[in-house]
Design a protein around this ligand. Sequence first.
Ligand code: ADP
Length: 266
Amino acid sequence: TSQVTTVREAAPVLPEVKNIIAIASGKGGVGKSTTAVNLAVALADLGAKVGLIDADISGPSIPTMFNVEGEQPTVKKVGEKNVIIPITQYSVKLMSIGFLTPAESAVVWRGPMASSALRQFISDVEWGELDYLLIDLPPGTSDIHLTMVQTVPVTGAIIVTTPQKVALADATKGLTMFKQPQINVPVLGVVENMAYFSPEELPDNKYYLFGKEGGQKLAEKYKVPFLGEIPIVQSIRESGDTGFPAVYKNGITQKAYTELAETVAR
Ligand code: ADP
């Protein structure tokens, strides 16, 4: 049997966690972390118990996006074992590779190191009872991804993409990676980020800056659900930079992320 089935058979790794969902993208900069953050907070807002692991070794941005930069998780002893207490912010329990490394230093994470950190985030963190544990994966489809996905018993994956051709090509690789027999992680669906822009003064006008419905067509082509579209909104970027999630801001962004969370929770 493959390594994946071994991991799954070894489960329950986290018997109190109902769903472990990987958030993936083919490319960097398409809004994978932004989607993970706002989905996590939106799910918590709907009343779910939510945890979020930032496994993005290429640039862990969760601490900034949750305004907990520089915080250090505490460790307590439970019997013989050291247990890491996650940082809780906006009702979401957090663990990040960024909590382990100073923000400005360039740490080169090798595959085995990254996987072992992720394994530790699963096995040594006091997650407690959770409905959803989201994992913000690094962008791409390298060996690191394969190992990471095989390291934890992922129940499903969400692919984030922007609508233009060059992003979709990479998103396709991500999608097919999960579908490979030796990985065999169900793809829960595709989220199209930066789907369109609407000027504040013309809210009914949609401008498809990166092309129209690329994510939707990708979902159709591979027969996976289309989970929804998130527009380009200045406040989404600002929210990421200031660490106050866009889902808390009334209006278009709140609606988009709440709908996404409702779709995922269904
Ligand atoms: P990734 O995790 O895919 O590398 P990020 O989530 O870090 O991407 O997003 C990259 C940049 O784009 C960030 O500055 C983020 O605030 C911004 N961004 C992401 N999604 C949107 C959006 N829908 N509207 C406006 N800005 C966005």
